[in-house]
Design a protein. Structure first.
Length: 95
């Protein structure tokens, strides 16, 4: 059994303008984020209670969850005798 074609699949929209506030037509291309070769994107799967607690800590300290996670990564690096995140970032820029 094949999938039924979408009724709205062929429609394209344009942002309304002053001249034509209800314009329909081709959509402008979406801006693509710039590549950052010095940054690696990774995902972390957290149990829900852990994520909630990290959000709570971030809120209470007026920071982002990312900052709290980076603090933990920094502690793990120090625990295993490695340079801090800041030191590693500095040495990567010097290379």
């Amino acid at each position: 059994m094949t999938k039924r074609p979408s009724i709205i699949g062929g429609l394209t929209l344009v942002e309304p303008s002053v001249e034509n506030p209800t314009a329909f037509g081709p959509v402008a291309p979406i801006a693509v984020k710039k590549a950052r070769p010095d940054i690696v994107h990774t995902s972390v799967y957290l149990p829900t209670p852990v994520h909630r607690k990290l959000r709570e800590i971030a809120f209470q300290t007026d920071r982002k969850v990312h900052d709290v996670i980076m603090e933990g990564i920094d502690a793990a690096l120090r625990n295993y005798g490695h340079p801090s995140v800041a030191e590693l970032k500095g040495s990567a820029k010097a290379s």
